[in-house]
Design a protein around this ligand. Sequence first.
Ligand SMILES: [Zn+2]
Length: 149
Amino acid sequence: MKPTNRLHLLCLSLLASLSFAHEGVELGPNGGRILEFSKNETLHGELTVKDDRFHIALLDKDMKPLALAEQKLTATTGDREAPRKLEVGRDARGFVLPSVKPGEWLILQFRNSPDEKAVTARFEYNTATCEECQSPEWICKCRPEAAKK
Ligand SMILES: [Zn+2]
C-alpha cells in the first residue's frame, strides 16, 4: 500500500472514532455541557461542575442566561434496577445538585412551568481525558471542529 493511502485510511478511522466518541457534545458560554431543556432548541441548561456539585444554569435560544422562576428540575442517577434520586437545590444562578460519580449517567427532567410536560435530558459524566483536546470527555471540545467539515 502506498504511504498516502495508508494515511488516508488512518484519517478515516480516526474521524469515525471521533464522531462516535463525541456524539452530541455541545458547550455553552461558560464552557459547560449544554443540555436540551426544550423540544425546539429554545431553552437549554448549561451544566458546570464545582466542588463536587453540578450547577445548571438556564439559557435561552441565544445562549443568554435566564432567571429561575417556576421551572422545576428532578435528577436521578444509577441504573434502571436501582435508580437514585438526587436532591436538587437552587441558587442565584440556577439549579445545584450533587455530582454523580465518573462514568455514571445523570437523568434530568425539566419542567418549564408546572402545567407543561417534562423534557428529559441525560448525559454520561465521562471524566476520561480526551486525547485530542485534553479536556474531560463530557466537555470535550472536539465536536464543534468536526461539525464544521
Ligand atoms: Zn476532545
